[in-house]
Design a protein around this ligand. Structure first.
Ligand SMILES: NC(=O)c1ccc[n+]([C@@H]2O[C@H](COP(=O)([O-])OP(=O)(O)OC[C@H]3O[C@@H](n4cnc5c(N)ncnc54)[C@H](O)[C@@H]3O)[C@@H](O)[C@H]2O)c1
Length: 326
């Protein structure tokens, strides 16, 4: 398999490339290294990927049609896509909305077009998000639930990506699978996400912001489990029976909704330091609880997350300490 991975310098993209390379696939990585968070972390991830002979990297914006066509023409053997590049983060979408339409809508369309025009796409797997469930109060969240009422522009662009993918599966028979990720954490994780922000503030002796007075629950999913799911899905493209579009959409989460305060407690224990709590009201666009119904991905791909937060959080903190030389 020759796989084009977008967002290769990102958190999930880096780990996905590692797993694919370890099992002998050829990987063409694409990323434009947006400065949304510390670019040196992205560069360090890339430097580790560069050690693999089967990895090539292209610095490019996925929304740049001309640049992406050049990459596609230079890599005609690509037959599979793991499209993870996006402007992520709910809160940033309140202040920089155009970053989201650029990467998540225009960029997503450019990627679908590449897959269609190649004429040899065996599977196009792409990242969606649990954010599409908005203020859904029916738990756990199921892919059969209606998701017509996004409460952030980030969620709206992720839902748009799902809808565009469906149209390409229907019209052009491109086999697509969307993955709605639920709060991913782990080594090499994102500095804008809870685990990292908490660890950083605790080590600096600064207060940690805890929203909704700590009354939040998240389906925290460990990165290794996520990557197993992504690769398992990649290996199982939706069949085309000539009638229904070759299109799948799955939740990919840990299937256990954890109390935010328990998660913070594990960060404190792993660091050996107590946090200073700064309780804040609910943030606009944020949701109180997420929980993934993963029945479909379990049934179709055998996805079975194995990492509880009691194992995953200490593993994240081990990496965090060594990364920061603590
Ligand atoms: N991490 C999570 O908990 C989570 C949850 C839900 C959904 N997701 C989705 O999963 C995917 C991967 O997320 P992540 O956590 O690895 O984020 P990340 O920000 O670490 O990785 C995304 C990468 O995409 C790159 N990128 C952004 N816009 C680009 C563009 N226009 N052209 C080329 N590259 C571009 C960035 O430079 C970055 O390296 C994203 O689509 C995100 O929306 C992640």
């Amino acid at each position: 398999m020759s796989v084009l991975v977008t967002g290769a310098a990102g958190f999930i993209g880096y780990h996905t490339c590692q797993r694919l390379l370890e099992r002998g696939e050829t990987v063409v990585g694409v990323d434009n290294l947006t400065p949304y968070y510390d670019v040196s972390l992205k560069e360090l991830r890339l430097s580790r990927l560069a050690a693999h002979p089967n990895f090539t990297f292209n610095r490019a914006d996925i929304a740049d049609r001309a640049a992406m066509t050049v990459i596609a023409d230079a890599n005609p053997e690509v037959d599979s896509y793991v499209h993870l590049a996006a402007q992520a983060g709910v809160r940033h979408s309140l202040t920089a909305p155009h970053d989201y339409t650029h990467s998540n809508i225009e960029g997503h369309l450019v990627m679908l077009e590449l897959a269609r025009r190649s004429g040899r796409c065996r599977h196009f797997v792409y990242a969606s998000s649990s954010s599409v469930y908005g203020a859904n109060t029916k738990l756990p969240f199921s892919v059969d639930d209606r998701v017509d009422t996004p409460i952030s522009l980030y969620a709206a662009t992720k839902r748009a990506g799902e809808l565009m993918s469906h149209s390409y599966s229907h019209l052009f028979r491109v086999p697509t699978t969307g993955l709605r990720f639920f709060t991913v954490y782990g080594p090499w994780g994102r500095p804008d996400m809870a685990a990292y922000l908490f660890a950083q503030a605790i080590m600096a002796g600064e207060p940690i912001k805890v929203f909704n007075n700590g009354d939040m629950r998240r389906d925290f999913t460990y990165i290794d489990d996520i990557v197993s799911g992504v690769v398992g899905v990649l290996d199982n493209p939706p069949a085309d029976d000539g009638v229904s579009p070759p299109y799948h959409l799955y939740n990919i989460g840990n299937n256990r909704s954890e109390r935010l305060m328990d998660f913070i407690g594990l960060v404190e224990t792993s660091l050996g330091r107590k946090a200073i709590y700064q309780f804040e009201p609910m943030q606009p666009g944020d949701v109180k609880e997420t929980a993934a119904d993963i029945t479909a991905i379990q049934r179709d791909v055998g996805f079975a997350p194995t990492t509880p937060i009691s194992v995953g959080v200490p593993a994240f903190i081990d990496w965090f300490k060594s990364y920061h030389g603590l």
